[in-house]
Design a protein around this ligand. Structure first.
Ligand code: HEM
Length: 337
């Protein structure tokens, strides 16, 4: 009900003032061309004639959001990951709870943690004004993730588009599929493998933790001693985290203490010096084998990291719901049409 009211108010707001990025999105019910997922028809020029300005609108929305909140780049990048890991990249993560639908926002990995929903709403509102019923929310997430990386100084890549938005969400899959920060290497590898992604995808995409922040509750296990990553952890670093977190579990720490807002390969350099933040970051150097070698390689070679990161983002962006699942282009990313 709240969603419907928010979206309905937005219709009025947008009708009145078309110039500013609105905080929420327009549209309730109808439109959006429903149908099914066809299991893999992404391409580069899906919107070339139907919405040529789509990429520019999304880029400018991300840019504006970062101007007032630099952390938003990290939050948008993470939204795409949490979307794709649950029934494919179908924008299920954006759906609000309703009496008929339990969304994913209250799942453990998401609750009090995911950010950026209002930024997506604002971008979608602009898109609906420019090209109604055309650009899916799932594509907005994929493009915004790329733009967030670029605007943080990282690599670029061409985003494949043509995703459609799902009409369901899965709280249980969000809980089961998204890896926990206390996971060991075998579990991290397994969670990626379950979706058809490789060990290399896991190690290189973890490099997204070169930007953004985490709450103390996400790495508290290390501070109580006996955490899985502690063999490789730097003692002084751990002490500084202990001090930081003495006040509250909700206090935030930079995932990359050295260059927190720049998308670079410093994340891997930190791991080698025992200064990875999450247990699931620091364990990557304990594993040896392929995982350890990749950490070493990315710490030494930023260009290799950039190239491999871009490739793996495209691979993650191809995760799709089962063919034939019901799908549409949502008008309002928070609610099915
Ligand atoms: C490999 C397994 C992964 C685990 C266990 C993991 C876990 C986490 C946790 C616990 C946080 C902090 C949440 C909080 O305290 O509120 C976080 C933040 C973040 N994660 Fe991951 N993550 C993983 C992979 C990824 C991937 C694949 C991406 C993107 C490609 C990503 C992007 C981010 C970003 C950018 C942030 C910071 C978000 C912000 O500041 O709002 N993570 N992650």
């Amino acid at each position: 009900m709240v969603t419907i009211i928010v979206c309905a108010i937005l219709v009025l707001v947008v009708a009145g003032q078309l110039n500013a990025l609105s905080k929420d999105c327009i549209g309730v019910g109808g439109g959006g061309g429903s149908g099914g997922f066809d299991g893999g028809s992404l391409n580069f020029d899906f919107y070339i004639s139907s919405c040529p300005q789509a990429e520019a609108i999304i880029f400018s929305g991300v840019q504006q959001a970062m101007a007032s909140d630099p952390r938003m780049a990290a939050s948008l990048l993470r939204l795409h990951f949490h979307d794709c890991f649950v029934n494919g990249c179908d924008a299920s993560v954006l759906l609000d709870d309703t009496p008929n639908l339990v969304g994913e926002k209250t799942a453990g990995p998401n609750l009090n943690s995911l950010r950026g929903f209002d930024v997506v709403d604002g971008i979608k509102t602009e898109l609906e004004m420019a090209c109604p019923d055309t650009v899916s929310c799932a594509d907005v997430l994929a493009i915004a993730a790329r733009d967030s990386v670029v605007l943080s100084g990282g690599p670029t890549w061409v985003v494949e588009v043509g995703r459609r938005d799902g009409v369901t969400a899965s709280l249980s899959m969000a809980t089961a599929n998204i890896p926990a920060p206390t996971s060991d290497v075998a579990t991290l590898v397994q969670k990626f493998q379950n979706l058809g992604l490789s060990t290399k995808d896991m190690v290189v995409l973890s490099g997204a933790h070169t930007i953004g922040k985490a709450r103390c509750s996400s790495f508290i296990s290390r501070l109580n001693g006996g955490g899985i990553a502690d063999a490789a952890a730097d003692r002084i670093f751990l002490q500084s985290l202990q001090q930081l977190c003495a006040g509250s579990n909700g206090t935030l720490a930079h995932l990359d203490l050295a260059t927190p807002a720049t998308f670079d390969n410093q994340y891997y350099v930190n791991l080698l010096s025992g200064e990875g933040l999450l247990p699931s970051d620091q364990v990557l150097v304990n594993g040896g084998g392929e995982v350890g070698s990749l950490v070493q390689a990315y710490a030494m070679d930023p260009v290799l990291f950039y190239e491999d990161f871009a490739v793996s983002m495209v691979r993650m962006g191809r995760l799709a719901p089962p063919p034939g699942s019901e799908a549409e282009v949502r008008r309002c990313c928070r609610v099915v049409n």
